[in-house]
Ligand binder design. Structure first.
Ligand SMILES: [Zn+2]
Length: 263
C-alpha cells in the first residue's frame, strides 16, 4: 500500500484493498477555526490526518477517510476565518460518511474527534450508527483520555513546560506537534504569543454557566497555553510517546457486536 488515504486512491485500488481485508476505516472530525496568530486554521484537520494515519498504520489493514470539517466551533467565532457548524449538521455528516463506508464493505468504523468541540456529537451519533448499520461504529474519546496526558507530561517536564503552558489550544503541545509534522512550514513562530495559562477548565465551566463561552474572552489572542517554547524536536518526542497510546485506546474501543472485548 503506497497510501492509506482513501482520497489519494482510485476506486479499483479501494475495492482491492477491501477485498484483501482492509475492512477498518478511520474517520477523524476536525475543525476550521482560529488557532492563535501562529497556527493555520486547518490545525485540527491536519492533526486529524496525522493521528488517523498513525492509528491506521498501527492497527494494520485499515484505511483513512477524508477528515470531516468544519466542526463545532461556535466559541471561536469572535476570530475571523472560523467556520462553524451545528452539532446536528456534524451528526448528519457522520451519518452520511458511515452509511456510505458501510455500504462499500468496511466492517469497522473508528470515528474520533481531533477537535474537542466535536466529542459529544460524535459519541452520540456513533452509538446510533452502531445500532443502525451492519458494521461496527466506535467513537473513542482520544483527546480526553488521561493516558495521553500521562504520556506527554514527562516530555513537558523535560522541556520546563507546565501542563497549563502545554495547553489545550495552540499551546506548546499543539504547536510542537504541527512543527514536527509535514505541515511544519505553516507554523509562524515569530507570531506565537503566550495565551491563557490558568485553570482552563474552571474558566470554561464558568463561561458556559454564564451562557457566554467565547474564546476571545478567555484569551484575546486565541491561545490556551504557551506556544513560545514549542519545537519540532519536542513534537517528535510527543508523537513517539502518544502514537502507541492512541492505538491502544482505539483497540480497546473496538469490540465485537456482542460486547466482547476484541483487543
Ligand atoms: Zn486545535
Amino acid at each position: 500500500m503506497e497510501t492509506v488515504l482513501l482520497e489519494e486512491m482510485t476506486w479499483p485500488q479501494i475495492r482491492k484493498a477491501i477485498d484483501v481485508g482492509y475492512r477498518t476505516v478511520i474517520v477523524a472530525a476536525g475543525s476550521i477555526e482560529q488557532h492563535g496568530k501562529h497556527l493555520p486554521i486547518g490545525m485540527d484537520t491536519m492533526g486529524g490526518y496525522s493521528m488517523a494515519v498513525g492509528i491506521a498504520e498501527g492497527l494494520g489493514h485499515a484505511l483513512v477517510a477524508p477528515v470531516i470539517r468544519p466542526g463545532c466551533s461556535d466559541h471561536h467565532m469572535a476570530f475571523p476565518a472560523t467556520i462553524t457548524i451545528s452539532e446536528d449538521l456534524l451528526k448528519e455528516l457522520c451519518r452520511a460518511y458511515c452509511r456510505c463506508l458501510s455500504q462499500h464493505g468496511f466492517e469497522r468504523i473508528v470515528l474520533f474527534a481531533s477537535h474537542g468541540g466535536n466529542i459529544q456529537a460524535l459519541k452520540e451519533v456513533a452509538l446510533e450508527l452502531d445500532a443502525e448499520l451492519p458494521c461496527m461504529v466506535v467513537s473513542p474519546n482520544i483527546l480526553q483520555d488521561p493516558r495521553v496526558e500521562e504520556a506527554t507530561d514527562p516530555i513537558l517536564d523535560r522541556y520546563g513546560v507546565t501542563r497549563e503552558e502545554g495547553g489545550i489550544h495552540s499551546g506548546f503541545v499543539e504547536t510542537s506537534l504541527l512543527l514536527a509534522s509535514s505541515y511544519g512550514h505553516l507554523v509562524d513562530m515569530q507570531a506565537a504569543e503566550r495565551g491563557f495559562v490558568g485553570d482552563v477548565w474552571a474558566r470554561i465551566d464558568e463561561a458556559k454557566k454564564a451562557g457566554r463561552f467565547s474564546m476571545a474572552d478567555i484569551s484575546p489572542v486565541g491561545v490556551l497555553g504557551d506556544p513560545t517554547k514549542a519545537s519540532a524536536e519536542a513534537g517528535r518526542e510527543m508523537l513517539a510517546a502518544t502514537g502507541p497510546v492512541y492505538i491502544k485506546i482505539v483497540k480497546e474501543s473496538l469490540r465485537t457486536k456482542d460486547g466482547e472485548a476484541q483487543v
